[in-house]
Design a protein around this ligand. Sequence first.
Ligand code: CP
Length: 303
Amino acid sequence: VNHLLGIKYLKEQDIQLIFETADHFKEVINRSIKKVPSLRDINIANIFFENSTRTKLSFELAEKRLSADVINFSAGQSSVKKGETLIDTVNNILSMKVDMVVMRHPNPGAGIFLSRHVKAAIINAGDGAHEHPTQALLDSFSIREKFGDVAGKNVVIVGDILHSRVALSNIFALKLLGANVKVCGPKTLIPKYIESLGVEVETNLRKALNWCDVANMLRIQNERLDISYFPTTREYTQQYGVNKALLNSLDKEIVIMHPGPINRGVEITSDVADSKQSIILNQVENGVAIRMAVIYLLAAKIK
Ligand code: CP
């Protein structure tokens, strides 16, 4: 069985195939065709051990647009609260004849662990601070849509790189697709290994923004933070927050991205998030077509 556990396991041609398939599904959606019959005999379980708005809803919508049968599981309302393990939880769900599992979990590698123990296709919907592959795919797809190509574009990822699965998956995807990538943030939030991935570090936000075509602004992952080595939120916003005055003072017009959820007034102000330079809601829209493509391509290997 094939899985989508991380961008790390993909080749450039895998991503291009996902993009071409997503192009097709986006065209279908834009023609107001609500459902295609592709996955009528496929059962999918969305199991979320961490909170989610965008990922959970867009996976469910993507599955329903493909005519799959869908069950949803949130750990907070489940027998996990009574001490049931991950493997027991998933094996019980699989006994109900589920073909595919979309899982979000706080532990890095949870999807990899699951793929070794259960007979279903696993899609990683975010595993701790490790990877969030469909987010990176929809981010690169959105850059490709905006500029025509990802290759040769200058992309800076700003913020809490250390705790961000979005940053790591984005770096893998952008490098595979030929973009130039920098990360920008306080040294305490940039992991030491980052340069070994072919990424440059820039701690000065203005320099990073003047270099880039696209700035992907990340949220501070307070839930994963050791508060003792973090700058205060006020200090962070002063040095690494993007506001309209800063955006207008740059040498060129750049594109603003954000995976969500946004902490308005911390990493970006509302007038930046809601500006013409922002493609944040386009990212969300593209998430449905990308997830349709990923599910469709994996399901073809199950049938
Ligand atoms: N971007 C993202 O993963 O958002 P959610 O946590 O709301 O799914």
